[in-house]
Design a protein around this ligand. Structure first.
Ligand SMILES: [Zn+2]
Length: 104
């Protein structure tokens, strides 16, 4: 096997793994606050929400939006195609068969 092909295959597999992981886990711990949602250095008297995650403790992973959007577009294409097929079947059922008209 060609070394370049092997390398490309490994890269493709790595990309697929990353895409799946980013789809299943779109969020990761906020690195700034460590997932607490508090601004570092907050005390009982001086409390601030973490600016990066706005207090949720989670930040969206890069690429998760793209991954979800592409999956959604593919699924909507499939649903559209299915609906088109259903419409066609309904049309065929609605038109009466021609054989009855020109029977000998
Ligand atoms: Zn944070």
């Amino acid at each position: 096997m060609n070394a370049v092909v092997t390398l490309a295959l490994i890269a493709l597999i790595a990309f697929a793994c990353w895409a799946v992981s980013v789809y299943v886990y779109p969020f990761r711990h906020c690195g700034k606050c460590g997932g607490t949602g508090r601004k570092p250095g907050s005390t009982r008297r001086r409390f601030d929400l973490c600016k990066r995650c706005s207090g949720t403790g989670r930040v969206q992973r890069i690429g998760s939006r793209t991954a979800h959007r592409s999956v959604l577009s593919v699924r909507s294409e499939i649903a559209k195609e299915r609906q088109r097929r259903r419409d066609r079947q309904a049309d065929e059922r609605a038109t009466p068969p021609r054989r009855i008209g020109n029977r000998p």
